[in-house]
Design a binder for this molecule. Sequence first.
Ligand code: 4NP
Length: 157
Amino acid sequence: MTSHRVLFVCLGNICRSPLAEAAFRRAAAEAGLAVEVDSAGTAAYHVGEPPDPRSIEVAEKHGIDISGYRGRQLTVGDFHAFDFIFGMDRSNMTNIARIEPDDARARVSMLLDIVPGSEGRELSDPWYGGEDNFRATWEDVTMAADALVAALVAKTR
Ligand code: 4NP
């Protein structure tokens, strides 16, 4: 079975993209879909660090332990290693495009563009927000994970 290789990208790789990674890992496992998943940040601010405590907490509330994840920065090699790269907001998309090589294999798009009815909506940064913002982030990444799994299952069939 082919494995779908998916990379989620935000700015710091400590709030949104680790949650997107966790939600997608779970949704894919539940669907029996073979995937290779990772997340990265366009910035190097938090390389080697665990996710934000508020992200760890919201994932934990949903039974997922992301405390072992570590931040890393997006590389040019990622455009060759992954089938899909998803940015969270327009600023991420600009930063991703800045290093995208001409011969990238990955298809790059904004994450909520794959959710029917949420096309064009940004998955905004919860970093300066509170618990409510992290809860909303979890809801958004879960919705996107489910939509992506459904699309990949349909494609694989
Ligand atoms: P993320 O959130 O991009 O969802 O991981 C942020 C994390 C850190 C910073 C900004 C956004 N920061 O400025 O350090």
